[in-house]
Design a protein around this ligand. Sequence first.
Ligand code: SAM
Length: 214
Amino acid sequence: MENPPPPPHPHRKASEASPWVRRFAPLVPLRGTVLDVACGSGRHSRLFLELGHGVTAIDRDTSGVAGLEDLPAAEIIEADLEDGAPWPLAGRLFAAVVVTNYLHRPLLPILRDTVQAGGVFIYETFARGNERFRRPRNPDHLLADGELLELVQGRLDVVAYEHGVTEVGGETAVVQRLAAVNALSAPGRGAEPEPRPLHPEPGTPPSPRSNGRG
Ligand SMILES: C[S@@+](CC[C@H](N)C(=O)[O-])C[C@H]1O[C@@H](n2cnc3c(N)ncnc32)[C@H](O)[C@@H]1O
């Protein structure tokens, strides 16, 4: 008997992108290439491709992005990021580094330093306290209070940070989220960063003065 077709991969559509990632996507420099770390089904790779960016999607299991392989704007890399091998993208910088629902602590400084000047670091994953509600419960997979802030302190400009209880996939969860920009080498940059437009949560009416781009 023939096997039934496999069930569709969850999150196969860009429309299922995290609202946090969608909110800060306008900060990514136009046409810059986005690194989607532990890309899974590629919901964020698809989002950035739709927005006109190039995408490098990396995961140990790239079956979720198999449909993107033939797109000239997409680069798919299958690699285990936790096996002790050197970082597979050494020497490369990206207009954005996007990480959601994934944490391997030794990679954090590498990912931060992979954001090019003017680029953006967008991170969202589970944090301490989550173990009370749902998986992941292993502290190795949960960010500590302020951990993403500490990671970027003195290196990137924080645009937004949150840590708290929310809903993920219909379940209560504790998450930490960061959006930060590598503006430290911007010309004319003094001790204080230049203020940039805020990016409202989806559904908030746009400010009449904002052009929606960082
Ligand atoms: C919960 S999923 C998140 C996927 C995607 N970032 C998202 O939010 O839709 C975690 C992803 O991390 C990947 N992953 C886990 N361990 C990994 C490793 N050692 N190296 C590379 N990818 C890994 C898994 O294959 C999976 O796609």
